[in-house]
Design a binder for this molecule. Structure first.
Ligand SMILES: Cc1ncc(COP(=O)(O)O)c(C=O)c1O
Length: 446
């Protein structure tokens, strides 16, 4: 493969999920404006993955930048240990009003820690209620909840995490329905019923389950698997029926990615605990939030010597600058009528599906809102995936660059995840570039 970089620069940075020997240098991004990333050589790339699925308005949005500057002048950071700050308070109120059935907000810095917090709250909820046996989690196979030890335990992706297995805690995994890979002998509907039945059996027969945990709306890092209609709602109901907490991860899907601000609301499901991250600050600063309902929160109340309080906190929990940015971000959704724009862009993205299916290596295209996964296979009929030695993800990235777009694939699954406010013209540019990229990579690979 061609080298990615033409400049040789000295770097001390260790990049995520990267074989540093093969990628000694990367393009240096020096500026972002609107949907575009500018590198040190003056080239521009359209941000096709919203800078890891978090950018909402594009880069350097005026209102967000000025709100950050104004907040920086007043208070940059002050801790939530024994103190509070107005921005953390205002944002918590806003989130509780937006998220049906939620009552309190616990802040953290990223999606992984937000999910660790979800799990710890669930464990301590049962502990505080003196039901100390309830310590196990049931999760969906193929889920992803982050890269810290607890998050890896919950969302175990074998190819990522097998080397850390010795320290991960055991959880029960139940199958999740992928319309493209239905096991032999099932229709898709039958397989959904089978998955639900397996969940029900687990919840009804075990008395040690603290919570069921799943991503809300879709499994994103697991391969862009969009849940069938009603699936999440039915799990929500099973959790109620068997008195198991229902925890949702909206880190990647909350605030508009799938076409609704609060995805669980559009799924008609009611979590006890839900986590948000990524798009909460429009992708401008690290901030995550874990929300719980009143029933859960109340079990943490008591005299301090009872030690029912939540034993968790980070240096930057409730950072006022991040909270101010999130407030500014959320205030713009209405002002710019963002969700109706997302729906129009989503229809536009959908209109490309037939064309994509015609490409030689495209086995499946999965799409909802402004999320699309294009699964490349080496044999369409038998749905045979490419092995890692083909380095499809790297090839796509390198080729896409030549077409002026930044794409980051999940191995052989090409993802289109643009900033939500992308224009019609820019979305065409992105999808046309992706189609060209897939064609060129296909020509080179077989
Ligand atoms: C559904 C989901 N949960 C949690 C995480 C982890 O978030 P972070 O990378 O901010 O730790 C991610 C990240 O992609 C995610 O997609």
């Amino acid at each position: 493969m061609e080298p990615v970089l033409d400049s040789l620069m000295r770097s001390y940075v260790w990049h995520p999920y990267t074989q540093m020997k093969e990628w000694p240098n990367f393009d240096v991004i020096v500026k972002g404006s609107g949907m575009w990333l500018h590198d040190s050589k003056g080239r521009m790339l359209l941000d096709g993955v919203a800078s890891m699925w978090c950018n909402v308005w594009g880069h350097s949005k005026k209102e967000l930048v000025s709100s950050m500057v104004e907040q920086t002048k007043k208070l940059q950071h002050s801790s939530l240990f024994n103190l509070t700050n107005n921005r953390a308070e205002d944002l918590a109120e806003k989130l509780v009003k937006l998220a049906p059935n939620m009552h309190r907000v616990f802040y953290s810095d990223d999606g992984s820690t937000a999910m660790e917090i979800s799990a710890k709250i669930a464990l301590q909820y049962w502990y505080n209620k003196n039901e100390k046996k309830k310590t196990r989690f049931v999760v969906l196979e193929n889920g992803y909840h982050g890269d810290t030890i607890g998050a890896m335990s919950l969302g175990y992706v074998p190819s990522f995490f097998s080397r850390y297995k010795s320290v991960l805690f055991p959880v029960f995994r139940t199958p999740s329905p992928n319309s493209y890979r239905i096991p032999d002998g099932f229709t898709f509907q039958e397989y959904q019923d089978f998955c639900l039945d397996r969940i029900e059996k687990k919840l009804s027969k075990s008395n040690d389950i603290a919570a069921f945990i799943m991503e809300s709306g879709a499994q994103v890092a697991g391969g862009v698997i969009i849940y069938p209609i009603g699936f999440q709602k039915k799990i929500s109901k099973l959790c109620k029926r068997y008195d198991v907490l229902f925890i949702l991860d909206e880190v990647a899907t909350g605030f508009g990615r799938l076409g609704s601000i609060i995805e669980y609301e559009s799924q008609n499901s009611i979590p006890d605990i839900v986590s948000f991250g990524k798009m909460l600050t429009a992708g401008y600063l690290p901030l995550a939030a874990t929300l719980t309902n009143k029933r859960i929160y109340d079990t943490f109340l008591g005299a301090s010597q009872q030690l029912k309080q939540f034993f968790h906190g980070h240096t930057f929990t409730g950072n006022p600058l991040a909270c101010a940015t999130a407030l500014a971000n959320l205030s713009l959704y209405k002002k710019y009528n963002l969700m109706s724009k997302v729906r129009r862009r989503s229809d536009q993205l959908k209109s490309y599906i037939n064309e994509l299916f015609k490409l030689r290596l495209v086995g499946d295209v999965r799409h909802k809102g402004l999320l699309m996964g294009i699964e490349l296979v080496r044999d369409k009929k038998r749905k045979l995936p490419f092995g890692p030695e083909k380095r499809i993800g790297d090839r796509i990235f390198i080729e896409a660059r030549k077409h002026g777009i930044y794409l980051r694939s999940l191995g052989h699954i090409v993802m289109i995840v643009p900033p939500l406010a992308i224009s019609e013209k820019e979305l065409d540019f992105l999808v046309d570039g992706t189609i060209e990229t897939i064609k060129r990579v296909s020509d080179k690979i077989i």
